[in-house]
Ligand binder design. Structure first.
Ligand code: C2E
Ligand code: MG
Ligand code: MG
Ligand code: MG
Length: 302
C-alpha cells in the first residue's frame, strides 16, 4: 500500500522515507494544481498560557490541511515531504503564510484586545533560499500583519543542515522583528554550543517528551533540563502535544509557561477558531461570526 511508507516515515520522524514513486508523482501534480488554485486549507491550533490555570490563548499555529484530494489518507507530513521533493515547497509555504497572515489580521480586528501571535511552519529548504526573508517582509506588508506578532517555526533537524543562507535569513527576519521557534526540539541532536548561537527565540519541545509524562512513571528528567536550559539561554519554551490534565500540571510545575495540544484544542478552520476564542475569552466576534463561513472554512483574501 502506497500510504504505508508515509505512516512509517511519520513514526520515524522526518527521515526521508518516500512514497512509492508510482503514487508520488500524481500526488505532486495534484498538489501543484491545488497550490495554483488555492484549494488548500489552513487550520489553526491555539497556543495557551499555563500561567493562571485559565488556559488563555496567546497565539495560534497555522497547519496545512488538504481535504479535497484523491489521497485523503496522506498525512500533512507526507504532503510536506512530497512538496519538498518536487520543488513545490516554496509556493506551498508561501501560500500558507499569506493566507495565515490575512486570516490573523482579520481575527485581530475582532479580538483586538488579545494581541495574538501567529506561528507558521517553514521548511528548511525554503529558509535556505536567498530571497526568503524579503519574501516574508513582502507578505507582511501586503497583509498588514505585524512582524512582531509572527513566529516562524523551523525544525531542529532542518536547522542542523547548517546552511549559511538559512542562518543569514534568520538574522534578517529577527532584525525585522519576526521571532524564530525551533520546532520538535530535543530530537535533532543540536549541540549545546550550537543552540546558544542559533538565532532563535523559542523552543518547541517535541511531543515525544510530553507523551512520556504519565502518572504511572516518574517525570522524564530531560523536560526539567530543557526548561532550565531555555531559561538560562533566555528562550521562551512551548510544550507541544499536551493531551492530559496531568501532563499540563507536571509541565506547569517544571516551569513551562506555554502549551499546545488536544487537551486544550485541536486545530480548527478560522471560522470555528472564532468560536473557540469566544468560548475561551467571552469576546463576541460579531463582525466575523455573523457571516456565513466561506466554502473552504477560511477567510478569502479579496
Ligand atoms: P508541527 O509543526 O510539530 O505541528 C504539530 C503537529 O502535532 C500537528 O500535526 C498537530 O496537528 C499535531 N498535534 C497537535 N496537538 C497534538 C496532541 O495533543 N497530540 C498529538 N499526538 N498531536 C498533536 P500536523 O498538522 O499533522 O502537522 C505535522 C507537521 O507537518 C507539523 O509538525 C509541521 O512540521 C508540518 N507542517 C504543517 N503545516 C505546514 C506548513 O504549512 N508548512 C510546512 N513546511 N510544514 C508544515
Ligand atoms: Mg510547528
Ligand atoms: Mg513540533
Ligand atoms: Mg513535527
Amino acid at each position: 500500500r502506497a500510504d504505508v511508507g508515509l505512516y512509517r516515515a511519520k513514526q520515524a520522524g522526518r527521515n526521508r522515507t518516500v512514497l512509492e514513486s508510482s503514487r508520488q508523482l500524481p500526488l505532486a501534480v495534484e498538489l501543484r494544481e491545488a497550490i495554483d488554485r488555492g484549494t488548500l486549507d489552513v487550520q489553526y491550533q491555539p497556543i495557551v498560557s499555563l500561567a493562571d490555570g485559565a488556559a488563555r490563548a496567546v497565539g495560534v499555529e497555522a497547519l496545512l490541511r488538504w481535504s479535497s484530494h484523491a489521497q485523503p489518507e496522506v498525512t500533512t507530513e507526507g504532503l510536506i515531504r512530497v512538496a519538498e521533493e518536487y520543488d513545490l515547497i516554496s509556493d506551498l509555504d508561501e501560500l500558507v503564510l499569506r493566507r495565515a497572515c490575512a486570516d490573523a489580521a482579520r481575527l485581530q480586528e475582532t479580538f483586538a484586545q488579545l494581541d495574538l501571535t501567529l506561528n507558521v511552519n517553514v521548511s528548511g529548504l525554503e529558509l535556505a533560499e536567498t530571497e526568503y526573508a524579503d519574501r516574508v517582509s513582502g507578505i507582511l506588508e501586503e497583509t498588514g500583519w505585524p512582524a512582531a506578532q509572527l513566529v516562524l517555526e523551523v525544525t531542529e533537524s532542518e536547522l542542523a543542515a547548517e546552511s549559511e543562507t538559512a542562518i543569514a535569513n534568520l538574522h534578517k527576519l529577527r532584525e525585522g522583528g519576526v521571532r524564530i521557534a525551533i520546532d520538535d526540539f530535543g530530537t535533532g541532536y543540536s549541540s549545546l554550543s550550537r543552540l546558544a548561537t542559533l538565532p532563535s527565540d523559542i523552543l518547541k519541545v517535541d511531543q515525544s517528551f510530553v507523551a512520556s509524562i504519565r502518572s504511572d512513571s516518574p517525570a522524564p528528567p530531560l523536560l526539567g533540563v530543557i526548561a532550565a536550559l531555555s531559561k538560562s539561554l533566555d528562550l521562551q519554551v512551548i510544550a507541544e502535544g499536551v493531551e492530559t490534565e496531568y501532563q499540563a500540571a507536571v509541565l506547569t510545575e517544571l516551569g513551562f509557561a506555554l502549551a499546545q495540544g488536544y487537551h486544550y484544542s485541536d486545530s480548527h478552520p478560522v471560522s470555528e477558531l472564532i468560536n473557540d476564542l469566544n468560548d475561551r475569552h467571552g469576546v463576541v466576534g460579531a463582525a466575523l461570526s455573523e457571516n456565513e463561513p466561506p466554502a473552504h472554512g477560511w477567510i478569502p483574501l479579496d
